[in-house]
Every structure is written in C-alpha cells, then in structure tokens.
Design a protein around this ligand. Structure first.
Ligand SMILES: *Cc1c(COP(=O)(O)O)cnc(C)c1O
Length: 423
C-alpha cells in the first residue's frame, strides 16, 4: 500500500506547513526509529516513551568515563561532581513546570514520588479521610492511593472516591469537580488528579480545581505524567501543594528515567512536616557530619532519600537542555498547530471517533480515538505504514504528535494510513 503518492496534494501541504512553521522541527536532535520500508517511522508514542536525544549518549558516557578515571573522587572532582548532580536538573525542571527552583527535585520514579508525597501530605483525621481521584486514573495511581488508605488502617472502598464524567460524556467537567468539593470537601483529605488524562488526553483546569480543593481544606496534588513537557504549567502561582511526574514520556529522559517532584514553597520550609527521610534530604551543610538527627534542607530536596543515580540522570539533563532552549510557550504554540492539523485530518475519516476534547485549550498534544479493534489497528499502522501509535484496552488508540520531533508530514502520513486501514 502506498500512503504517500508523490502527487498527493495533502503531502505537499504538510511539507509546506513544516517548511514555514515558526518553530522548525528539532527532529534531527533525536534518534528516530526506522519504519519497515527503511525510512524513518512517524512516531506518535512519545506520550508513552519519548525518543532518545542524540546528546544523551555523550552525557552518559562522560559519567562512565569519570567513574573509570576518578572512581570515588568523581563525587567531588568529576566534570559534573556527583554530590551536586541533581542540582543541575533543578532549574530547568523548575522552568518546565512553573516553579521556583527550591520547589523542585529530580528523584526516584513517579509512583515512588507519589507515595513519598502522600506520606507527608495525606494525613487522614476524623471525618476528613477521603482521597479524590478520577475514575479513569492510571492504574498505578489507583494502587498507590488505595494502599495509602490501607496504610492508615482505612478501607480503600470507602476512602478512595472516583470521579466519573456525567453519563454519556467522556470528560470530567470542572464545575462538577468543584461542586463535589463544595458539597463533600469537608470529608476530603487529598485531591490527586492527573493534569492531562492518560486515556482521553483531557487537560484539567488545574488552577480552578486546586483553588476549590484548598478552599475545602484538602491538600491538592497533581500527577503530571502526561502534562510535564506537554502543556505549560504554573505550579507555584496555582498554589498546588505537590506534584509528581515521570521523565520518560514527553520529557524524553529514557526508559524508567529519574522522575520529578514539586512541593510548594509554603511547605518546603516547614521542618515539622512528617516525611520519610534519608541522608540526601538532610541539609548538605551537615549531611556528611554523620549525625543521627535529621535536619531537612529547606527545599524540595528534603524529600530525597538516597544519593542519586547519576547514569540515569544524564539523559534527563540532555533532554531538559532542549526544553530550556525552546521554552514551553513556543513548544505549546507549535503543539497546538500540529495537533490541530491532525485533529482536522482525523475529523474527515469514517469509522473513528476522537474522544479527546475538541477545544485545544483543554488538551495537550495527544489525540485519543475510539475504534473497533484498537490493538489490531496499531499493529497494522506500524507494519504497513511505519506509524507508531499505541492501544489502550479495550478500544482506544492514542496518537501524540510530540512537537519537538513530530512533523506535519508525520500527521499527514498517519491520517492517510488510518483512512486507508479503516476504509
Ligand atoms: C506513566 C504513568 C505512570 C507510571 O508510573 P511509574 O511509577 O513511572 O512507572 C503513573 N501514573 C500516570 C498517570 C502515568 O501516566
């Protein structure tokens, strides 16, 4: 099947859009997997695992070389001394999520960070025990909140409240979440929602829901796995209590990459907060005094436990440098152009339904489509057209034109392939 006949006017239009876009693609800075025909794949799975920045290998290799050359001396005398390596990620990560530098730390993985945050911020007391999540929460988040309830001797079936869209609707309405918090907020200890829903791609109204949750007396945390590097965030200004995100999706930090965590300034100086502690959360001034008493550093670093995995952090550093260079605002503008173009193309195809919000203000780059045989379609897209998407049981295909490396030509190719396969 030939999806790209050379006289195809759609292909010429996509090429023109690529050539004239104010933010030219940075595709050349990434390794793009091959398609079956030997050319480059059209990669729409960056919401699952982002592509490898070409700069990552050098940064990892430099740490391997310093380890070989210096061994233990690398902690203080490496080209990027390991004792402070995590600090290299702090400012770019803070810019990425709209935080002050001392509100952000790169550490662990996402679910671990959610647990560390809940160990501090989920403090059920009296009638205020409930945790509000969305019914379509990512399974790991459901397991995490359920196990936190058990950890406090509570019944998860009563403690975890799952927010559902209205019957017949795909998305949670902000007014419904806010209304629920107004009515039942005095029993809610924690609101923990996904900033961008992994399944539908809906971008939540983070500032409005945060405000409502805090007004109800609850702590408000956000899982930003699908939001970080996808949409602009202003976590500090929005008064979010805490947030956590992984670095291997839009952030291109590599499989299982070191994750990120945000704790609002009003909490980071509060030494009385209960937290699970380790030596890397201690004030660096006394960290190596080997004293038995924990003195938390007055930053999000105080939630760090262990000395960080340098080899796993190096690709995240490579990736954050790219985001820093481009800036989230320019990237979001390009993302809206790319996703808008793909959405328009998908709208003309019979046999699929886009379940992502049609208003660009309430989605990131991902478009989710409902089709009969999602897994089969994803396989054929890859095998026959070199279009990499992913399927989520039972009937959703997700396509994420990540704006750093996806092009209008990729979107055209995906739309042509979908139209041909669904015909
Ligand atoms: C990807 C994702 C996770 C994955 O968690 P890890 O701890 O990084 O394996 C968790 N929650 C959400 C919402 C996700 O999208």
């Amino acid at each position: 099947m030939d999806f790209l006949p050379s006289e195809d006017p759609g292909a010429a239009e996509a090429r023109r859009l690529d050539e004239t876009d104010p933010l030219p693609t940075l595709r050349a800075e990434f390794h793009v997997p091959a398609a079956p025909d030997g050319g480059e794949a059209a990669y729409f799975a960056g919401n699952s695992l982002g592509l490898q920045p070409r700069a990552a290998a050098q940064l990892v290799n430099e740490e391997l070389l310093d380890w070989a050359r210096l061994a233990v001396e690398g902690h203080h005398h490496g080209r990027r001394p390991w004792v402070g390596y995590h600090e290299l990620l702090r400012e770019p990560a803070a810019r990425l999520v709209g935080a002050l530098p001392h509100e952000v730390v790169a550490m662990n993985s996402l679910t671990v960070n959610l647990h560390l945050m809940m160990a501090t911020f989920y403090r059920p007391a009296g009638d205020r025990t409930r945790i509000l999540i969305e019914d379509s929460a990512f399974p790991s988040d459901s397991y995490a909140v359920g196990s936190q309830a058990v950890h406090h001797g509570l019944d998860p079936a009563e403690t975890v409240v799952r927010l559902r869209p209205r019957p017949g609707e795909e998305h949670l309405r902000t007014e419904d979440v806010v209304g629920r918090l107004e009515r039942e907020g005095d029993r809610v200890a924690l609101v923990l929602l996904g900033g961008v829903n992994y399944l539908t791609g809906q971008l939540m109204d983070i500032p409005t829901i945060t405000k409502a949750g805090r007004a109800a007396g609850a702590v408000v945390g956000w899982d930003l796995a699908h939001a970080a590097g996808n949409v602009p965030l202003r976590l500090h200004d929005w008064d979010v209590d805490f947030a956590a995100w992984c670095s291997y999706k839009y952030l291109n930090g590599g499989p299982g990459a070191v994750a990120g965590c945000f704790v609002h300034e009003r909490h980071v100086r509060d030494a009385s907060l209960p937290r699970l502690s380790g030596w890397w959360g201690n004030d660096p001034a006394t960290r190596f005094a080997m004293a038995p008493d924990f003195v938390p550093v007055a930053s999000a670093d105080s939630w760090q436990l262990s000395n960080p995995p340098i080899l796993a952090m190096a690709p995240v550093l490579a990736s954050l440098r790219i985001f820093d260079r481009v800036g989230m605002d320019a990237l979001r503008a390009k993302s809206r152009r790319l996703t808008g173009y793909l959405a328009d193309r998908l709208a003309g195809i019979d046999g699929l339904e886009v379940i992502t919000p049609s208003d660009p203000a309430w989605r990131g780059c991902q478009l989710s489509i409902r089709v009969a045989d999602a897994a089969g379609l994803v396989r054929r897209l890859a095998d026959e057209a070199g279009v990499i998407a992913d399927a989520r049981e039972p009937d959703v295909v997700r396509l994420a034109p990540a704006p750093l490396y996806c092009t209008f030509a990729d979107c055209h190719r995906a739309a042509e392939a979908l139209a041909a396969l669904l015909r």
